[in-house]
Design a protein around this ligand. Structure first.
Ligand SMILES: [Mg+2]
Length: 203
């Protein structure tokens, strides 16, 4: 059987839309509606004039980070988490863990655990990679299914667990990234369909 390890921002919750609304409101009024960043570092187009760290800190202190909209849908998410161990692995510092939990509760999502880890360390000593988080949680009798929108996390998890199925969810910031040893899915429903298909094919 399988177990699921899922990223949150850009996969389950729509960080980018709410963050871009905040940027338009406070920093760049001419930022087009529905603009989504083309680079993870926010260096594209009008965003290049932002002080990214300062803007991110202001956003995280605004309360809006606990009110992100869903990219996944509650019904299919909770169906998966009631069928398989489903662990969330989110790339945040500890201080924002509470806001994240609040946001997940707001949407009524159920999951086995919420963990901090990822390719971006925030300068925190010994901050774990997603592969390290998975190593600490996984059940060796189950196949790892991993979903993330950042290529580096996918790369690291596939390197650590070659038997895993690693999915990159397509977002504007990774559209141009050449595919490597991961499976690209266009959105949440496509990922759910892959899981359902894997279960069916095992009988
Ligand atoms: Mg993400």
């Amino acid at each position: 059987m399988l177990e699921l390890f899922l990223d949150v921002d850009g996969v389950i919750l729509d960080f980018e839309s709410t963050f871009m609304d905040f940027v338009r409101e406070y920093y760049i009024p001419e930022l087009p509606l529905n603009y989504l960043p083309k680079s993870w570092e926010l260096k594209d187009g009008l965003l290049s004039r932002l002080d990214v760290d300062q803007t991110w800190n202001a956003f995280m202190g605004s309360g809006r980070f606990a009110q992100l909209n869903l990219l996944a849908d509650k019904e299919s998410f909770n169906r998966l988490s009631s069928t398989f161990p489903l662990h969330l692995v989110t790339n945040l510092p500890q201080e924002h863990y509470g806001q994240r939990i609040k946001n997940l509760i707001l949407h009524g999502l159920n999951y086995a655990s919420l963990n901090l880890g990822g390719h971006h360390s925030f300068g925190i000593k010994d901050y774990p990679s997603k592969a390290q988080v998975i190593e600490g949680l996984r059940d060796k009798n189950r196949q790892v299914f991993f979903l993330d929108d950042h290529p580096e996390n996918c790369r690291q998890v596939k390197a650590a667990f070659p038997q895993a199925r690693v999915f990159l969810m397509q977002r504007p910031h990774n559209e141009e990234v050449p595919d490597e040893d991961w499976e690209r899915v266009l959105d949440w429903p496509e990922f759910v369909a892959e899981v359902d298909q894997a279960v069916l094919s095992r009988g």
